[in-house]
Design a protein around this ligand. Structure first.
Ligand SMILES: Cc1cc2nc3c(=O)[nH]c(=O)nc-3n(C[C@H](O)[C@H](O)[C@H](O)COP(=O)(O)O)c2cc1C
Length: 278
């Protein structure tokens, strides 16, 4: 038999799968299980029609209360794309991607709808902000899935939020419209690799939240992950501060990543940019 769903589950988690041995790896299930982020693209342009289909599929994502609080900015101006790429030189795929776009949460539209209908809008809340962020995230994921079905590869870019002031000015994002992530899109130049996920034992809970087994599960995950894709020594973070750790692992990498303040500019930006977050 060709590849099964069980094979793909085992690849995803690096663990034996109890399920899926009788199911061929095909269709939506295979596509979701085979997801990978692509950062290298062929130079081939993405035809407008293909992009339009992917956008239509993406905009079919569910939306909180049918509010549809998403705005997508297609960055067609290569100069603007280069400017955004210039903010983040260590991610050259931003400037070189055949297509670059920015997925935004959009609460402005609802505020305008209220105004146009002559109704009050006493809902400048954190919940409203989150609704818009979640809607944008769902559309982003739907776009990635649709793009994969069309032979395209994508890389979301949250690092654009490190430069949110400059980005908002460049793309003329008005108050109550905020970037959730950029997205690079193109025909993949490589097949890419399946990034191993935390075990469902840590991410799926039954009837109540329970993380008593975190230390042991993490240790095992770190070792499984390193056995498949060892982090090269030169990719260890902040060695000036922490030196080299052997073995390194996901938990050490993430602990190091967030041992320094990251993106403290974003909260103040959001508050200045039209959100009360009550
Ligand atoms: C919201 C979001 C933001 C991301 N931001 C970046 C980014 O700024 N730069 C980047 O290279 N990858 C970014 N990624 C890609 C992640 O690094 C990637 O999804 C993760 O390592 C898991 O790999 P996989 O998607 O291939 O399974 C982002 C992914 C998401 C979902």
């Amino acid at each position: 038999m060709n590849k099964t769903v069980a094979d793909l589950i085992e690849e995803r988690f690096g663990l034996p799968s109890r399920v899926g041995h009788d199911k061929p790896a095909e269709g939506t299930m295979a596509q979701l299980l085979s997801h990978r982020t692509h950062r290298r693209y062929k130079p081939d342009p993405v035809p407008d029609d293909v992009l339009e289909i992917a956008l239509a599929a993406a905009l079919s994502a569910p939306s909180k209360s049918d509010l549809q609080q998403v705005a997508i900015v297609l960055v067609k101006d290569r100069g603007k794309q280069a400017t955004i790429g210039g903010f983040i030189p260590d991610m050259p795929w931003i400037a070189t991607a055949p297509v670059f776009m920015v997925f935004c949460g959009d609460n402005r539209r609802m505020r305008r709808v209220a105004e146009l209908r002559g109704r009050p809008f006493p809902n400048d809340t954190l919940d409203m902000f989150m609704n818009a962020a979640v809607d944008a995230g769902l559309v982003l994921q739907a776009f990635i899935t649709a793009a994969a079905a069309l032979g395209l590869g994508c890389c979301p870019i949250s690092v654009v939020r490190n430069h949110v002031e400059k980005l908002a000015e460049l793309l003329e994002l008005p108050p109550a419209v905020f970037p959730v992530a950029g997205l690079c899109v193109g025909y993949p130049a490589q097949t890419g690799w399946s990034s191993m996920r935390l075990p469902p034992a840590l991410t799926v809970h039954t009837d109540r939240y329970d993380d008593r087994d975190l230390p042991a599960q993490l240790e095992a995950y770190d070792r499984r992950r390193e056995a498949r894709h060892a982090t090269p020594r030169d990719k260890q973070r902040y060695v000036d501060r922490y030196g080299y750790t052997e073995p390194y692992g996901w938990s050490e990498d993430k602990a190091r990543q967030y041992s320094v303040p990251e993106r403290h500019n974003f909260g103040p930006f959001v508050r200045r940019h039209g959100f009360g977050l009550a």
